[in-house]
Design a protein around this ligand. Structure first.
Ligand code: AMP
Ligand code: GLY
Length: 423
């Protein structure tokens, strides 16, 4: 099978590596890919908002199956566009992608179906925000309705902050949002639970714990993710049952009733309040960097699973996992998630001999001629697996020190909540 993989981040490098290992793959084309994927696949430059250009490449390269990594093409309807043209594609359609593309859609779906989530109010005008403030307790969480690359959520401790952030959203800070969601602030541990879904069934696809805040001990601004580990020990059998019965099943049933059954990865972002799961967010794809820690633990043939889900044959597909644990630490450009500089050389990566248990996924990198340079805020994902999180983290940090990229920084405390507990 020839595979077309859409995207260019660490998640796509991880997907590419797994597809490359599959017995079913012939050629992989990454649109546009990154220097990491170029070692296993052919990168082809493509503007991901130009669906016609993507379709042309699919035809010319005789691509049999398209896998979409990031949310934006999903939310914009790439799946619908390709299905209309009889191309096999893995991912949810435009309607189902609203689970991530519109927080208002997701919250209303929760309300209609009794799915546990934080109390909320959808606001289109500042007066509605002011009204809700009068009857609410602080802190309040303000969320831009549309996609915001992990930066659309602000936890506000004062009324003033709620009003400032709301005004910014109404004035167009996030182009995708002309409304916002105000939410009750929940307290509890967070966890991400993943399933793969086809028309008839869904199957477990791992758990992970992301670290979204930029500073150690989960302080500072929100980012796309500074590091993650898998599995997340907080998910026991009882909790898992609740997540499935109260959140996943009613959501998938509701989409079926709306005549848009879900297909693809579904990322369920949860907060556990007094042992009860509350839905914080849905993402309609694998997480980044969660994918980089979940896929190395997969034992079964990844492409076989994806293909079977695409043809609605998931029920008969076995998905087996290794006992290994895994962790990734994201090497970021100094300044991220604020302003940072791009185009800084990473070339020395070619000459350093890292421990053979380390794998480095490329995230924000690109080639300038033959040189690898930085091209984003989250640059590289240093990843490893093993039987003990403390040892895995030690090995990753040793490698990051060896790499010693002067223009970057990283969190040294990924997994701090579970690692400290075990000491
Ligand atoms: P989201 O993009 O919706 O996942 O939100 C980003 C992060 O903001 C989450 O991972 C949480 O840490 C935090 N957050 C979102 N909603 C709430 C909430 N209702 N209560 C407390 N924290 C929240
Ligand atoms: N790491 C968070 C996300 O992928 O949305």
């Amino acid at each position: 099978m020839n595979i077309g993989l859409i995207g260019s981040g660490g998640r796509e490098h991880a997907i590419c590596r797994k597809v490359y290992e599959s017995k079913l793959v012939k050629k992989i084309f990454c649109l546009p890919g990154n220097p990491g994927t170029s070692q296993m696949a052919t990168n082809i430059y493509a503007d991901l908002s130009n669906f016609k250009e993507i379709y042309k490449i699919i035809k010319v390269k005789k691509i049999d199956l398209v896998i979409i990594g990031p949310e934006e093409p999903l939310v914009k309807g790439l799946v619908d566009f390709l299905i209309k043209r009889k191309i096999k594609v893995f991912g949810p359609n435009k309607f189902a992608s609203k689970l991530e593309g519109s927080k208002a859609f997701m919250k209303n779906l929760c309300k209609e179906n009794g799915i546990p989530t934080a109390k909320f109010k959808i606001c289109k005008k500042i007066n509605e925000v002011k009204k809700f403030l009068k009857i609410s307790r602080l802190p309040l969480v303000v969320k831009a309705d549309g996609l915001a690359a992990g930066k659309g959520v602000t936890i506000c401790k004062t009324e003033e902050k709620v009003l400032t952030i709301s005004k910014e959203i109404f004035e167009g800070k996030f182009k995708s949002s002309n409304k916002l969601v105000l939410e009750e602030f929940l307290v509890g541990p967070e966890v991400s639970y993943f399933v793969i879904v086809d028309k008839y069934c869904f199957k477990f696809f791992g758990t992970a714990q992301d670290h979204k805040q930029v500073k150690e001990k989960d302080k500072g601004a929100n980012t796309g993710g500074m590091g993650a580990y898998s599995p997340a020990p907080i998910v026991n059998k009882i909790l898992e049952k609740k997540i499935i019965k109260r959140i996943i099943e009613p959501t998938l049933k509701a989409l079926k009733r709306k005549k848009n059954p879900y297909r693809g990865f579904l990322y369920v972002g949860l907060m556990i309040v007094d042992n009860e799961p509350h839905l914080i967010e849905f993402n309609v794809r694998m997480g980044d960097p969660e994918c980089q820690v979940i896929l190395p633990r997969l034992k079964s043939d990844f492409l076989n699973i994806i293909y079977n889900a695409t043809i609605n044959n998931l029920k008969k597909t076995k998905i087996k996992w290794k006992n290994d644990k895994s962790m990734t630490i994201v090497l970021c450009a100094k300044g991220y998630p604020g302003k940072y500089i791009k185009n800084i050389s990473l070339n020395k990566i070619k000459n350093i001999k890292f421990d053979n248990k380390i794998f480095i996924y490329h995230a924000g990198t690109k080639f300038i001629n033959d040189n690898i340079v930085s091209n984003g805020g989250r640059v590289l994902n240093f990843t490893s697996t093993g039987s003990n999180f403390l040892k895995i983290r030690g090995l990753i940090i040793k490698s990051l020190k060896k790499f010693n990229w002067k223009s970057g920084f990283y969190r040294k405390d990924i997994g701090w909540k579970i690692i400290n507990k075990k000491k």
